[in-house]
Design a protein around this ligand. Sequence first.
Ligand SMILES: Cc1cc2nc3c(=O)[nH]c(=O)nc-3n(C[C@H](O)[C@H](O)[C@H](O)COP(=O)(O)O)c2cc1C
Length: 307
Amino acid sequence: MIDFCGIRLEHEVINGSGTFDAIAAQRAFGDELLERFPFSAFVSKTVTLEPRQGNPPPRLWELGAGMINSIGLPNKGLRGYLAEDLPKLRELPVPLFVNVMGSAAEDVARLVAAFGARDEVAALELNVSCPNVKTGLLMGADPGETAALLDAVRPQTAKPIIVKLTPNCASPAAVAAAAEAHGADAVSLINTLRGMAMHPRRPAEPWLGGGTGGVSGPAVRAVALAQVREVRERVRIPIVGMGGVQSGRHARDLLDAGADLVAVGTESFRDPYAGGRIAAELGRIDANSGVFSGASDEARPPIAQRR
Ligand SMILES: Cc1cc2nc3c(=O)[nH]c(=O)nc-3n(C[C@H](O)[C@H](O)[C@H](O)COP(=O)(O)O)c2cc1C
């Protein structure tokens, strides 16, 4: 068992927001999904105050090592999510983290207050970093903006608040430090890196309906490692590391770089049970290396002691 911001988790592997639809997966796989749920906590896709249609198609471009998405955060909005999705997600066998985004601090504060008041919700994640939506980028790209956001949001809930950092800014570590100083309980990183693909048959035209999109998957793993390390050097709060994780080895590397939990995103599109496989691989690596046994505890103290 792991303690993450006071929440008990079975293992270190959770999902990246927007990359695993637990409700659709349950429809496809039935109760088997609940019995073998791949993650130790479920992170919702981003929810906004009002419903959103998302970006025009095409929304995906496959890369040699991952993909670019320009989904544009389609969602039912706060009211639809509370009425339709929350009753289903409360059946999941793991804690629920709800990821929210707004175009102004007051919008995010309303979302956090509404979800924070629900027993089904264990923690909130603030998406301040989505490169597909202009408003998302602003608040997470500048330490002052992030501090102001936390000042508006922190009084709305006693539940843990995780700030999801964007890699598309001058210094994610400076933004993380501002988030910590203004009351964030944890940070998560990385969100997708802004990227673009040209249309294969129409010169000078981008392929994606949104123009640019977010790069994810193996292509961003080295960036994630470097940024997690840099953020770890600046903050003491827990870190959820993600970006291109496909195996227990990749997860172990992010933990060694300073993360406390690891999230799996793009890999779940290839195999919805990837999270469970990666957690099992990580467990075997740790058992074989003795990372969590006896003497090695000194080398890597548990989260509670490191805070
Ligand atoms: C198709 C897709 C949709 C995503 N949707 C969201 C989202 O709704 N909110 C969010 O904070 N991040 C979203 N992300 C970012 C992921 O949670 C994660 O930060 C990123 O993809 C890096 O991890 P990965 O390389 O393992 O995919 C999305 C990523 C993908 C590929």
